[in-house]
Design a binder for this molecule. Structure first.
Ligand code: SF4
Ligand code: MG
Length: 318
């Protein structure tokens, strides 16, 4: 099957101003990412904060303009779209944020907040009320909530409203950026279950961004592991968690608690912090922290290669 979304060589560079006497330098927040997302799947993107995963999500939705690379959505290259075509495409791609109310006007009722995307996309007034009532109930809130204000809701309810907002236009793809990271664990699983129900009901495709491996593991079909702006490992969730190949994935996994005692693995402690993306190490970017680093790693940057249908960028393989 053809993927619903393809990303090729996606790169986002930010320039950072130095002093007048120095040349500007650049941060490669996202550096040459290739991904193909299948219709109806959940693709998890995991990595430490600062690895570029949010930037990647925003570039895909064109909330940020990528520096280079291609994005092909439902067979169309986004770069070749006219303004009206781009607007139509935006209906099909929505985002769920960590704190959905950060950007919303606290003086507006939920009804008005949820109507905004409908108005922006010219949905006729007579259809709006039905959509509002239908959607608020789909996310597990009664329609009496439409007349309330943001401050009247708990964190979990707010995220339900954030999800309702993303659903208003009945999109095909939702990019969820840390959607449960601000919530208590018990509420997290409610929201994850809701997302899974909605996926079935509306045949949604998800890109699910999180620093939390156990959350990504719960919800994803396939997982991409990012490190300093690059995908270092990519594969089917089951295989990737059962036999992680990249030393970074192995370290991440060893640090998450497991419920299955058979799965016990030795804790791998990484040396040092995530290096600054403005001055990444040469060769393999992970080499200063890698317990398996050898000579070649300091000089040559590894590329993704296929190892038993898992993609991994590491010189230990091949
Ligand atoms: Fe470690 Fe070398 Fe593999 Fe990089 S290429 S992850 S430094 S073993
Ligand atoms: Mg982020």
């Amino acid at each position: 099957t053809t993927p619903i979304l393809e990303v090729k060589g996606l790169t986002k560079r930010f320039s950072i101003q130095k002093g007048w006497f120095q040349k500007n330098s650049y941060v490669h927040a996202v550096n040459g990412i290739d991904l193909a997302v299948r219709k109806g799947e959940t693709l998890g993107i995991v990595g430490e904060s600062g690895c570029g995963k949010s930037t990647l999500g925003r570039c895909i939705l064109r909330l940020l303009t990528p520096t280079s690379g291609e994005t092909i959505f439902q067979g169309k290259n986004i770069r070749s779209l006219s303004k009206p075509e781009l607007k139509a495409m935006r209906r099909d791609m929505q985002m769920v944020f960590q704190n959905p109310f950060d950007t919303l006007n606290p003086k507006l009722m939920i009804q008005q907040i949820l109507s905004e995307p409908l108005i922006a996309h010219g949905i006729p007034k007579k259809d709006r009320q039905t959509l509002l009532e239908e959607t608020i109930e789909i996310v597990g809130l009664g329609k009496q909530h439409l007349l309330r204000y943001p401050h009247e809701f708990s964190g979990g309810q707010r995220q339900r409203i954030g999800i309702a907002r993303a659903l208003m236009l009945r999109p095909k793809l939702i990019i969820a950026d840390e959607p449960v990271s601000a919530l208590d664990v018990s509420i997290q699983s409610q929201i994850l279950n809701l997302l899974q129900d909605l996926q079935e009901q509306f045949e949604l495709t998800y890109i699910f961004i999180s620093h939390d491996l156990s959350v990504v593991r719960h919800i994803s079909d396939r997982v991409a592991v990012m490190y300093l702006g690059e995908v270092v490992e990519f594969g089917d969730k089951k295989e990737l968690f059962a036999s992680p190949l990249h030393p970074y994935t192995q370290a991440l996994l060893s640090a998450t608690p497991v419920s299955d005692p058979d799965e016990k693995r030795a804790r791998i402690i990484l040396q040092g912090d995530l290096p600054s993306p403005s001055n990444p190490p040469g060769g393999c970017k992970f080499h200063p922290r890698c317990p398996s680093c050898f000579d070649m790693c300091k000089k040559v940057s590894p590329t993704l290669q296929d190892v038993n249908e898992q993609l991994v960028a590491c010189h230990l393989y091949g």
